[in-house]
Design a protein around this ligand. Structure first.
Ligand code: CDT
Length: 321
């Protein structure tokens, strides 16, 4: 029996700062309706899908930023999303800002079953940007101000989905996709499908002329395609796109197979559903041959990966004799 999952990336167009949660929730319900009409069984929404990408806004008093966070999931405001998913029998991935009962703040993603149960939670580990207002930047990126580093590792769950007994599903968020360590930790748990959402500005303010505009999308796709190939898994990477609070996000959501090929790609900067049939048995080739970890990995040579954070300089070469 082939193990086929019909999956979608549900890209969202911009959400402006003044818009209440009900606006994106209503748009996501519309996307779930479209997904149902196309026979989709699992939908991936973006990072921080319920609000504008608020880390671009500076609040001197951090507590003022709490209005961007969810204290319950589901909540009254997000209940329509869970209800729609239940109605259509669709699982979904959602990114949101989480404020815990203990007062901790995380950039979080959850995987929800078609019955509305939370199967998996992930809290973003690679937080880009800065913690203090940076007058040199046109747009702030204050993830390090508003979020703690995630404390759940990179988790994978084996859960039923789409009539299949189990699919090994893992989560990461946005900037994590650029870090091969994150992919490999998921790969080492036999992940078959990695889901991630992102909010990535079209302009790199730190580039100082060294990253041409068109390379922004290239680097995002390169990271996801390499991660999927090197870990023999599928990946769904879903963007928030378009001009949000005057800042352009590049979109280009993709679904990638274990060969690293793009199966589907968004072409708009708005709400858009892209779909693909994922034959999960395609993960077997890579993981039994070139990326058969058990046979070929050499962790004794990888000590630096966990012992060291920053790069050191090599010893200078000395001419023999
Ligand atoms: N949201 C997020 O993680 N965005 C980053 C861009 C950060 S630019 C300071 C990304 O890697 O796409």
């Amino acid at each position: 029996m082939p193990r086929i999952l019909t999956a979608a990336a549900a890209q969202l167009g911009p959400i402006q700062a003044a818009e209440p949660r009900s606006v994106p929730v209503e748009r996501m319900v519309r996307l779930l309706e479209r997904a149902h009409a196309r026979g989709v069984e699992l939908v991936v929404f973006p990072e921080l899908a319920l609000t504008t990408f608020f880390p671009r806004h500076y609040h001197e008093d951090r507590r003022e930023a709490d209005s961007w966070f969810e204290t319950a999931m589901p909540s009254n405001e997000t209940a329509p999303l869970f209800e729609a998913a239940r109605r259509y029998g669709i699982g979904f991935h959602l990114g949101y800002a989480e404020l815990t009962p203990e007062g901790r703040h995380f950039n979080t993603a959850i995987l929800v079953s078609p019955a509305g149960e939370i199967l998996l939670k992930y809290r973003k580990i690679h937080l880009p940007g800065h913690a203090e207002f940076d007058p040199a930047r046109q747009v702030q990126h204050l993830e390090k101000r508003y979020f703690e580093v995630g404390d759940l590792g990179f988790p994978v769950v084996a859960a039923p989905m789409a009539g299949l007994d189990r699919i090994n599903m893992g989560l990461m968020i946005c900037n994590d996709r650029r870090w091969p360590e994150a992919w490999r930790v998921l790969g080492l748990q036999s992940v078959e499908l990695v889901m991630l959402g992102y909010n990535t500005p079209s302009t790199n303010q730190d580039a100082k002329g060294f990253e041409a505009h068109h390379l922004r999308v290239f680097h995002s796709h390169l990271s996801v395609q390499a991660g999927a190939y090197q870990n023999a898994c599928f990946a769904i990477a879903t963007a928030k796109a378009g001009v949000e609070d005057g800042c352009e996000l590049f979109g280009h959501s993709i679904i990638v197979n274990p060969q690293g090929e793009i199966l589907a790609q968004a072409t708009s900067w708005g709400d858009e559903l892209i779909t693909a049939d994922l034959d999960l048995d395609q993960c077997t080739l890579g993981r039994t041959t070139i990326f058969n970890f058990e046979k070929h990995r050499r962790p004794e040579a990888y000590r630096r990966i966990t012992d060291q954070v920053g790069a050191v300089r090599p010893e200078p070469w000395i001419r023999p004799g």
